[in-house]
Design a protein around this ligand. Structure first.
Ligand SMILES: N[C@H](C=O)CCC(=O)O
Length: 430
């Protein structure tokens, strides 16, 4: 039995499903998880010594590749001064100044410990600011695992087919309204039916947690207008897209200025982190200035600030990184489409920048309904073939392929070679 299998046997006896986050389990693809011992650059290694080219990147933070020397050394230096003080630090000020300087819509920002916390807090601030209760979210968008947001959610809940989690009371979700991504009419109807009651509209500007679905031309602009007209706070959840598409994220890429933005992942360089920020007049509702309470023992933790600052400074000072990862993304999407055409497969390749996804369906994927038309059995076969051939993808149909600065054209060529192997094998199936 492999060491991964041995660890899994132990893990399932004391951790639910053997994993600390459901998306790490390989259940939906009919396998047990690989246990990872280390990672470097574009590669991760399991406890059995197998090397994989990694296209998960810790679900987003490792945009520079794994174990980046500058980030690692910044953390080691910070650790030498102590792990946590629960008090204000210079690094927190530097982090806030850096985020405000890179993202024009952010006038003030508060650090928290995860994307989930960032979203919970941003919504509370929006409710405190507007004095309203209701929020709009989009089917298939995932904003972490807080109660009110587990309504037709994406990511792991979409994979498990239970987008409304057990354990969430009707009371917790009664003010959460669901709209359809890329369907303006569904949003307009909610505004009309709930006139003057909607505190916030939250959206992943690129729906990365349901397979990297891009907004259609003008969709985000129209949402901006609807929110302005209705006195509703527009929140962009940029936990995945923040500092990934470019330094000012999807909002810079699409030219939209949200009122609040949530961050996570990249701003922590691999350490647990989150942040929410935006308009000063909304952020000043947060305690101790205003009476919207939000707190955290480890918020602004020195290790997380050190890793995040190092990562963000590298991204700020080396714009060519975005040129590299985005052109690899273009190459991957184009080449996958060519391969699928060559083998007569009408599969959909979605994504933008350094994010990508393949849907096993002939239907153009624009939102939750069409995403769900993908043949997840086919995805499972594809996943198993890829991992057997050294390509580590997210073990879920609806998660993104993440590229990093450590990936090369040669890595992409290797991946395409394996995809072609899969297509050839699939062609021999009865
Ligand atoms: N899609 C999720 C967040 O981005 C993946 C991470 C997790 O839930 O563990």
């Amino acid at each position: 039995m492999s060491r991964s299998e041995q660890l899994f046997e132990r893990a399932v006896t004391c951790i639910p499903g053997g994993v600390n986050s459901p998306v790490r389990a390989f259940r939906s693809v009919g396998l047990n998880p690989k246990f990872i011992s280390r990672a470097d650059g574009a590669y991760i290694y399991d406890v059995d010594g197998n090397r994989y080219t990694d296209y998960v990147g810790s679900w987003g933070p490792m945009i520079l590749g794994h174990n980046n020397q500058e980030v690692r050394e910044a953390v080691i230096r910070a650790a030498e001064n102590g792990l946590s003080f629960g008090a204000a630090t210079e690094a927190e000020v530097e982090m806030a100044e850096l985020i405000c300087s890179l993202v024009p819509s952010i006038e003030m920002v508060r650090m928290v410990n995860s994307g989930t916390e960032a979203v919970m807090s941003a919504i509370r601030a929006a409710r405190g600011y507007t004095g309203r209760d209701k929020i709009i979210k989009f089917e298939g968008c995932y904003h972490g695992h807080s109660d009110a947001l587990l309504v037709k959610a994406g990511s792991g809940v979409m994979t498990a087919g239970v987008p409304d989690s057990a354990g969430v009371t009707a009371g917790c979700t009664k003010d959460t309204l669901s709209a359809v991504f890329n369907d303006l009419e569904s949003v307009e109807n909610l505004f009309r039916e709930n006139d003057g009651k909607i505190a916030a509209l939250i959206i992943e500007p690129v729906a990365a947690n349901m397979g990297v679905i891009e907004p259609e031309e003008g969709f985000l602009q129209k949402l901006r207008e609807l929110c302005t007209d209705n006195g509703t706070v527009l929140i962009f959840d940029e936990v995945i897209t923040g500092f990934r598409l470019q330094t000012d994220g999807a909002q810079g890429y699409y030219g939209i200025r949200p009122d609040l933005t949530t961050f996570g992942k990249i701003i922590g360089g691999g350490m647990p982190v989150g942040a929410y920020g935006g308009k000063r007049e909304i952020m000043e509702c947060v305690s101790p200035v205003g009476n919207v309470y939000q707190a955290g023992t480890l918020s602004g933790n020195p290790m997380a600030m050190a890793a995040g600052l190092a990562e963000l400074r590298i991204l700020r000072d080396n714009p060519s990184i975005y040129g590299h990862i985005n052109s690899l993304g273009d190459l991957l999407r184009r080449s996958l489409r060519d391969l699928f055409e060559k083998y007569g497969k009408n599969y959909q390749v979605t994504g933008t920048g350094s994010l990508c996804c393949v849907f096993f369906t002939g239907t153009r994927v624009t939102g939750y309904g069409t995403a769900k038309t993908s043949d997840t059995e086919e995805f499972s076969r594809y996943f198993r073939y890829m991992i057997e051939h050294g390509i580590y993808l997210a073990p879920s149909q609806f998660e993104a392929v993440f590229l990093s600065n450590a990936h090369t054209k040669e890595d992409i060529a290797e991946m395409l070679n394996v995809v072609e192997g899969y297509l050839k094998e699939a062609a021999t199936r009865p």
